[in-house]
Write a protein that binds this ligand. Structure first.
Ligand SMILES: [Fe+2]
Length: 383
């Protein structure tokens, strides 16, 4: 096996109420902050106003970019970057779910660079570390606060993919479960499904290592015990804390361990049929787990155990299959659809979906080697 490297340079501040430190943390990096968030949720929850106040109380000037909506397209990053340039911002703060954090991260990374966002998305080499980026997640999902990539869509090329660079990690992640209390059940389900999927895929990945195994097992345990409760009782701070810390640990693992076939297939499907990322991940996960089971029996058996499946009277192989069943049941309970057809997925599109999935680096880290026929087998089963 090749030498492995685990590096998370992000300072993680984690506590109920730690959002209050935003101003003092951001002030370390300069006087002018670009605050990036979505159009509605942060305003409605009061988090936007609080963030502005905290930054201003620290003596900072705040420029607001609040136009992130849906999963981010390149034009959003271009627009926010232009604003950060005009306003001469020193630090970028991402407040929100994965989309807001990804836009903020990309703006910070690309701010000093001369090329267009589209050029870097298409593979132009990224140089330098960018300007400081502070991540404040308000959903428990992508783990973008501790990963080095931003998932962006180019509608012109019809491609949804990551830009990544070791210079793109957040300087500081403020991980405050209180910020996730008001997230509606549908978003809790989709983001939680993504977090669980990332923890499981990073755990069984061929890029896994002992450090990521430890993080992933704890992430699976926390998410497994609290996703149902966070979905049904959004105001349960203990369940929300489990979810946020679980998604954080999955995020810490995936940069090193990488992901698997679910994420390889999720981007082309999500983009083409407008299926939210967490939904398509949760939908595909049990199919891929069952398909992979024989290729990582011990690890999938451990996943089953972590999800509370009773091991008595079951051998390892049976436990591995039960892991997929247990996830299927969990997805059903939190309202994640289990079939692709209702989203308009049609067989005519399969060749393109297969080709785009095979190009994904996630797919190459799946424990079962995936070729064309394997992607097709999952599509067939999940229809
Ligand atoms: Fe994901």
């Amino acid at each position: 096996m090749a030498t492995q490297r685990f590096c998370i340079p992000t300072e993680i501040v984690q506590d109920v109420g730690c959002f209050a430190q935003l101003g003092t943390v951001a002030k370390r990096y300069g006087e002018r902050a670009l605050l990036v968030c979505g159009r509605h949720a942060m305003r409605a929850s009061g988090a936007l106003e609080r963030a502005q106040t905290l930054l201003q109380q620290a003596g900072m000037t705040v420029c607001l970019y609040d136009r992130v909506s849906g999963e981010p397209v390149l034009a959003l990053v271009e627009e926010a970057r232009a604003l950060a340039r005009t306003e001469q911002c020193h630090v970028i703060v991402g407040l929100g779910g994965g989309s807001a954090m990804d836009v903020a991260k990309a703006v910070a990374g690309l701010l000093p660079l001369s090329g267009s966002v589209a050029e870097y998305h298409a593979g132009r080499r990224l140089e330098g570390p960018g300007v400081p980026f502070i991540a404040v997640p308000t959903t428990a999902g992508t783990g973008a606060e501790v990963s080095n990539n931003a998932v962006l869509t180019d509608p012109v090329r019809g491609i949804k993919t990551s830009i990544r660079s070791d210079g793109w990690y957040a300087r500081v992640a403020l991980v405050d479960p209180e910020l996730t209390l008001g997230v509606p059940p549908g978003v809790t389900a989709a983001s939680g499904a993504d977090a669980l999927c990332q923890a499981i895929e990073a755990y069984v990945s061929i890029g896994a290592m002992p450090i990521t195994d430890a993080l992933c097992q704890e992430a699976i345990r926390l998410i497994g015990r609290s996703l149902r409760r966070a979905y049904a009782h959004g105001d349960d701070l203990a369940a929300r804390s489990d979810m946020l810390y679980g998604s954080l640990m999955a995020g810490m693992s995936l940069t090193t361990a990488r992901l698997g076939a679910v994420h390889g297939m999720a981007h082309p499907l999500g983009y083409r049929y407008n299926i939210p990322h967490g939904v398509v991940c949760g939908l595909l996960l049990p199919y891929v787990m069952a398909y992979n089971a024989d290729y990582a029996v011990g690890k999938y058996a451990r996943v089953a155990e972590l999800l509370g499946v009773d091991a008595r009277g079951r051998n390892e192989r049976e436990m591995a299959q039960h892991a997929a069943e247990s996830v299927r049941e969990l997805m059903r309970e939190i309202g994640i659809p289990l079939h692709l057809r209702p989203f308009g997925v049609s067989q005519a599109d399969w060749p393109a979906i297969v080709a785009e999935s095979l190009a994904s680096s996630s797919l190459r880290h799946n424990p079962r080697p995936f070729q064309e026929a394997d992607v097709q087998a999952i599509l067939e089963e999940a229809m």
